[in-house]
Design a protein around this ligand. Sequence first.
Ligand code: SF4
Length: 233
Amino acid sequence: MSSITLTIDGQVVRVPAGTTLLQAAERLGIQIPRLCYHPHMTPPTVCRLCVVEWEGARTLVPACVAQVREGAVIHTASERVQRARRTILELLHSAVDLSETPDVARYDAELGVDPQRFVDGVWREAPFYDDNPFYVREYEKCILCWRCVQACGDDMQFTYALTLGGRGFHTRITTFFDAPMPETTCVFCGNCVGVCPTGALKGMDEYLLERGVPMALLREEKQRRKGRLETGR
Ligand code: SF4
């Protein structure tokens, strides 16, 4: 496999052709911020937090998919890049609940994000689903990273219970025809919960413990919910 030499933040690095900018930067110990990217999944390229400046390119490029090129000169933390990342996070803060997205507080501090900057923006109201005994879906925390859809589909489970619905600002994660989860093809594998980076999808144990249900009563509570589901009450 041929090798490519490029410069990232002033450091020269040699990597195999086909390496992404994000991977090449990691070789140098440079961690580029990201939200939707997961190392074992197809990059959906939707959050744009990983954008970097490629000298000579008109626009910023997403480091999770842009591949290295011979002689490229990349800046991962220029003022232009930082401004873009700051604005992305400020817009996200204006529309969704990021309180359980682990890296956001650190990114906010590093980039000088003002979570109140777009406080007059429209909050993306979304339903809360507690429709099965295994996990809940709290879409006010959803950043539309698509990881769950990909995990449910071609990246992991090939079940296709989850999909995108709506358009533009009203785009949301849903099931086909908005059916309750037990009426879909979902096999409750938990892969979507495992890859969700925001707490929008949460296992039932975690959800109940957070709400003060004592550990000793978890099994009982889950049985009650399962029974409620089976009897439709
Ligand atoms: S529910 Fe979670 S995994 Fe699915 S799109 Fe929203 S944030 Fe991403």
